[in-house]
Design a protein around this ligand. Structure first.
Ligand code: INS
Length: 630
């Protein structure tokens, strides 16, 4: 903004603030305390006909001024908070590489491997659900401090673990940190951010999640060469960002909205001024205070928050939308892609282990880069268009992925060699006549020779239960097998593996900017203050519960439905999600947190139409009645 323009705006603001003080004094005389925002809306709506919308001009000037001088402090607050997102991504991502080394060094059985991986996600679900209580009673800042203590303690325990029980304990502690951070941080950022930047700043948290996943993939790749104890570095490194976050948060303030809700008004004003720099905070302060008072009148304060949320239609609808978004995020298979990426690439025929690990890092990088697009798009397109476009593309990518696997299954190479005297151990595998049937059975693998691109001399034989990198008997049971002999466990050689790689990339290009971050962003803004902690606790809990369900069942689903069946299933979930989001997700872009509740006053399936005149009409009537004190 040029100096002259900024002088003008400042001049307008000064006379504005004088005008508003006068207005407030008169109103207080007449009708007791009434909110500034209500008075303003009323004046502006009334004046539109008579004076051509002077109130609107005033507000536009104020908004423009605030946009131009967003203080840097709000970015500092967001970045320090988003370190929690980084740890969420790092700790969920790093385990796949660490597991490759751990299972050998600690002799982990399949059950222990599953426990070490999913205990973290299970603990995250629990702490996200319980975190609502902690957030509501102690505040956002102590919750974030506690989460960073969990992250640090977990990292230390994991790095020093001497046996598998300690390992499990460390993974649970880290999970408690992840769950708590995942539900608190978006709320904290949303409550500190100015409304025109809120979407962008909250989305930065998801950018950090995907950044953490990428970083974890690189660290996994780098330390995978350190067969002994490489996993200790992989786990231990996460203590660095968590310690930085802990010390940073000792100096960062509590959420101003939480402080106002708890009646700590002086402190709230101080924090709000600190976050907003030298801007006037009266309007924002009054708006928050007014909406808290109104909500208390409307919904009351008796009974558990979740019961009040469920019996009050607008919050009930918001909760359905919030939990639905989180559920469909997971049902569309993101973590099957993130956690099993290397396996999926192998399943589709990619044979080299190291290549698969490094390609997973590339996949995580694509997820990160396209989340960056989300940060940019969220305030341009808005939440609704971005989410719908993203899920539509995700559905198509899943269909292509499924078709790729279907095509591979149809050209699956036949079994040509059968053992002459088949032992009982061998008999389970000899019943398969082609590679597709053989690889879907977790007990068997496909042993073959490749003659240029032709598969010859192929057999289906039992896998070595301890190390699935070789067969239990026969030609492929020797790890130092001859060059022409190949062992395919979990996949079949196919000329179509490139389809899987291309469709995984398309999947992430669409998923990452919208369906990745928007469920978190939207949930941080759709609940009124009294319901925000509980609403976010429930929806984050739903996210983690479906995360466990989908990632734990993927291999079994693939076994029963075949690979293409599993991906068609996810495509089906994503298509249902698309209908749900199209019907139910309202646009929240640019609205004050205090205005958003009114978007859920209509019936659930008309929420999505809130951009229409009907939605605007509802908003106007809401403010008119607020202004009239109804
Ligand atoms: O928003 C995030 C992100 O998309 C991650 O990549 C994914 O692993 C998480 O489960 C999800 O909640």
């Amino acid at each position: 903004m040029s100096r002259k323009a900024s002088d003008n705006v400042e001049y307008t603001l000064r006379s504005l603030s004088h005008l508003m003080k006068e207005k407030r004094r008169k109103k207080d005389e007449n009708a007791g305390e009434r909110s500034l925002v209500a008075a303003e809306s009323y004046t502006s709506i009334n004046s539109q006909g008579a004076t051509g919308g002077g109130g609107d001009l005033e507000r536009a000037a104020r908004r423009q001024f605030q946009r131009d001088v967003t203080p840097a402090f709000v970015y500092v607050v967001s970045v320090f908070s988003a370190l929690g997102g980084f740890l969420f991504g790092y700790d969920t991502g790093v385990v796949s590489g660490a597991m490759l080394l751990l299972k050998k060094q600690m002799n982990l059985t399949a059950l222990w491997q599953e426990l070490v991986v999913s205990s973290t996600v299970g603990a995250a679900a629990l702490s996200a659900l319980l975190g609502g209580l902690l957030n509501g009673t102690c505040g956002r800042r102590p919750s974030i401090l506690i989460a960073s203590c969990f992250f640090t303690a977990g990292a230390v325990v994991l790095a020093a673990a001497g046996n598998k029980e300690t390992l499990l304990a460390g993974r649970v502690v880290v999970g408690l940190g992840i769950g708590l951070a995942s539900m608190t941080i978006p709320v904290y950022i949303a409550e500190a951010a100015p409304s025109h930047l809120r979407g962008r700043l909250v989305t930065i948290n998801t950018l950090f999640i995907t950044g953490g996943q990428f970083f974890a993939a690189v660290i996994d790749g780098a330390f995978s060469y350190l067969a002994k104890d490489g996993w200790r570095y992989m786990f231990g490194l996460s203590a660095v960002p968590s310690v930085i976050q802990f010390f940073g948060f000792l100096f960062l303030p509590e959420s101003p909205r939480w402080l106002i809700q708890k009646g700590q008004t002086q402190k709230a004003r101080r924090v709000l001024s600190q976050i907003r720099g030298n801007q006037t905070i009266d309007e924002e302060y009054d708006s928050i205070k007014n909406s808290i008072d109104e909500e208390e009148k409307e919904v009351g304060t008796a009974g558990p928050v979740i019961c009040r949320m469920l019996t009050y239609p607008p919050t009930r609808r918001a909760l359905i939308v919030g939990c639905g978004l989180q559920m469909f995020q997971q049902l569309s298979g993101i973590n099957t892609v993130m956690y099993y990426c290397a396996t999926i690439l192998q399943m589709s025929g990619m044979q080299d282990d190291t290549l698969a690990i490094w390609l997973s890092a590339v996949i995580a990088l694509i997820n990160f880069i396209f989340t960056l697009f989300g940060v940019w798009l969220v305030e341009k397109l808005g939440r609704r268009k971005l989410t719908i476009g993203s899920l539509a593309g995700t559905t198509i990518a899943l269909i292509i992925l499924a078709l790729g696997f279907l095509l591979s299954a149809q050209v699956s190479p036949p079994v040509t060699l059968y053992p002459r005297n088949s032992s009982s151990e061998n008999s389970i595998c000899t019943k398969y006549s082609d590679c597709n049937g053989c690889m879907l059975d977790p007990n068997c693998g496909f042993c073959y020779q490749a003659n240029k691109s032709n598969i010859v001399e192929s057999s289906c034989v039992p896998v070595d239960k301890k190390f699935n990198v070789k067969a239990a008997l026969g030609r492929c049971s020797n790890e130092s097998k001859t060059e022409e002999l190949f062992w395919a466990y979990n996949y079949c050689p196919t000329p179509y593996s490139w389809i899987a790689l291309v469709s995984l990339i398309i999947y992430l290009v669409f998923f990452a900017p919208g369906m990745g971050p928007m469920p978190w962003t939207v949930n941080s803004e759709i609940y009124p203050l009294w319901a925000r902690s509980t609403g976010n606790a429930c929806s984050s809990g739903v996210n983690w519960i479906f995360n466990v369900l989908i990632s734990l069942t993927f291999l079994h689903t693939a076994e029963y439905l075949t690979y293409y069946g599993a991906f068609f299933l996810y495509a089906g979930f994503a298509a249902v999600g698309l209908i749900f989001i199209y019907g139910c997700l309202p646009e929240t872009k640019g609205k004050k947190l205090e205005e958003i509740e009114s978007l859920f006053e209509n019936k659930l399936c008309t929420c999505g139409a809130s951009e229409s005149d009907e939605g605007r009409f509802k908003l106007t009537t809401h403010y008119l009645s607020t202004a009239r004190g109804e």
